[in-house]
Design a protein around this ligand. Structure first.
Ligand SMILES: NC(=O)c1ccc[n+]([C@@H]2O[C@H](COP(=O)([O-])OP(=O)(O)OC[C@H]3O[C@@H](n4cnc5c(N)ncnc54)[C@H](OP(=O)(O)O)[C@@H]3O)[C@@H](O)[C@H]2O)c1
Length: 290
């Protein structure tokens, strides 16, 4: 028997991981991506059809799962979708709360049930079904999305009214990405006095910093665990800045960290793991930025 019909909208790292997981669970998928070639490569590797248009992608499915990069992409989606009564659109992108709320209003007018559902965990975690998903939305929409969310995640956290799941996800990423920015500086300071990563890990062991020690080799650019690239961190902290502004809260620390990731993008680190922050300071093309 054919499983639930699902359109995967956006076949970057996260959309591809979700597609691989759901096809393995027997879902009937169709893929759509702005750059069709990327969707075709994925489609041919997992035996899934690629839609030529967004309209075709959502035309005959019960769920649309969205994995687009940023607010601009999701705003474009919301203004491009046709009326699709009965469709449940689950937005797994990391967006600002304001954009997510605006999208929900627009989609309601198109007969679409909207759930915001940003993901904590990278593509490997998502593909293995071990991600945590934060959810917010109207309860009738949450109920309809519950079974597919359970198939995607090992943990689901209801955060409150619309906008709150995006706020919680941005808050989480602010802590992680700002911590990795300063960890990069710490690694370079230690190294300049002959303190290697092993000793620094030893210093952190048994302290509240221990959980960060798994990132030491990653910030130094010596280990790439896969997952988000530098443009995702730059975007997340830029969106966190917008969300702080919307709430009239200053964000000097996360803004500084966000600028570091943007320097990474501007100086040849765009293909690096997002947390390779000491690498940004050393220069990914071999020339230091200071
Ligand atoms: N990677 C992670 O570890 C991770 C973890 C948790 C959450 N997330 C979040 O998940 C979302 C997707 O991340 P990702 O890592 O999969 O990013 P990605 O690999 O860069 O993929 C981005 C996707 O967005 C599409 N896109 C970008 N700009 C667009 C636009 N203006 N209009 C239409 N489509 C557009 C891209 O299409 P093209 O192929 O045409 O460029 C691609 O399908 C992001 O919101 C990210 O913050 C990522």
């Amino acid at each position: 028997m054919e499983g639930p019909r699902v359109a995967i909208i956006g076949t970057g790292q996260m959309g591809s991981a979700a597609a691989r997981r759901l096809v393995g669970l027997g879902y009937s998928l169709v893929l759509w991506n702005r750059t069709r070639r990327r969707a075709e490569e994925l489609g041919s590797s997992i035996g899934v059809r690629v839609a030529s248009t967004l309209e075709e992608a959502v035309g005959h499915v019960e769920y649309g799962l969205v994995f687009l990069l940023d607010d601009d992409a999701v705003a474009w989606l919301a203004t491009s979708l046709p009326r699709s009564d009965g469709l449940v659109l689950v937005n797994h992108s990391t967006n600002t709360p304001r954009m997510s709320i605006a999208v929900a209003r627009r989609l309601e007018a198109l007969g679409i049930c909207y759930v915001e559902a940003p993901v904590i965990g990278g593509p490997h975690t998502l593909e293995e079904g071990k991600a945590k998903i934060l959810v917010a939305g109207e309860s009738r929409c949450l109920r309809r999305a519950a079974s597919i969310l359970r198939d995607l995640a090992s943990s689901i956290v209801e955060t409150g009214p619309l906008g709150s799941a995006m706020a919680a996800k941005l808050a989480y990423n602010m802590v992680l990405m700002t911590s990795l920015a300063v960890l990069g500086e710490a690694v370079l300071l230690a190294d300049s006095h002959g303190v290697g990563l092993g000793v620094l890990g030893e210093v952190m062991r048994g302290t509240p910093m221990e959980s960060l020690s798994k990132y030491l080799a990653r910030v130094a650019g010596r280990e790439d665990p896969g997952g988000a690239r530098m443009h995702v961190a730059a975007k997340d902290l830029e969106h966190a800045g917008r969300a702080l502004y919307d709430s009239r809260i200053p964000g000097p620390v996360s803004a500084a960290a966000g600028n570091l990731y943007r320097i990474g993008l501007a100086s040849g680190c765009e293909s690096y793991y997002y947390g390779a922050t000491a690498k940004i300071l050393q220069g990914c093309r071999g020339s230091r930025i200071w």
